[in-house]
Design a protein around this ligand. Structure first.
Ligand SMILES: [Ca+2]
Ligand SMILES: [Ca+2]
Length: 187
């Protein structure tokens, strides 16, 4: 009886994981790989780089400048070897600093990391402006980085977290976890 209960408990978990297994292929033209109405996440393949455009259309308060927690920022958890597991010193967390530099750290556990490292070929900016998605000024982030930073192969699992100083953190995909449930990209 105990074994049966265990199996019943496991089934919904496997179903949830299977739901997130479809990769979205990034092309030369921008594609929207996540859209929940409040946030549109786009990506484009540009040569050896991938350019992310994280459009926080719901965030109409300008925190593009300033210091956390009064700024609007993001962080991206990167499952570098795309195996749905946190691997110490392999998987990454990428986030902008107040001075505009992009900090890359290696994950040690879900809640601890190495110190920041910086690379000239990882660039980004946060703007408070209108975009093609909506004419009202709002927060939007750009991040460009080499494919080789994102993945040991040609696919990656991401958990994206966006912070609005007014409303706090929002994790995408909703219900995502590092790295059991991710947004999956390939190129
Ligand atoms: Ca804001
Ligand atoms: Ca991993």
């Amino acid at each position: 009886m105990k074994r049966l209960s265990f199996l019943i408990l496991l089934c919904p978990v496997f179903f949830l994981l299977a739901c997130g297994d479809d990769d979205t292929e990034i092309q030369l033209d921008p594609i929207i790989f996540y859209d929940n109405g409040d946030y549109l996440l786009q990506a484009t393949c540009t040569g050896d780089d991938i350019e992310f455009f994280l459009d926080a259309v719901m965030d109409i308060t300008d925190g593009s400048m300033g210091a956390f927690p009064n700024s609007d920022i993001y962080r991206i958890y990167v499952d570098y070897n795309d195996n749905k597991t946190i691997d110490a010193n392999i998987d990454l967390l990428i986030s902008p600093l107040e001075d505009g530099r992009i900090c890359t750290v290696k994950l040690l556990t879900a809640g601890s990391t190495t110190g920041c490292s910086f690379a000239n070929d990882i660039t980004g900016e946060t703007l408070f402006s209108s975009t093609e998605n909506t004419g009202e000024a709002h927060i939007n982030h750009r991040l460009r980085l080499p494919k080789t930073v994102l993945s040991s192969g040609s696919s990656v699992g991401l958990v994206v977290e966006l912070y609005d100083s007014e409303t706090g953190w929002q994790r995408l995909p909703e219900g995502g976890d590092v790295f059991g449930r991710t947004i999956n990209l390939s190129w």
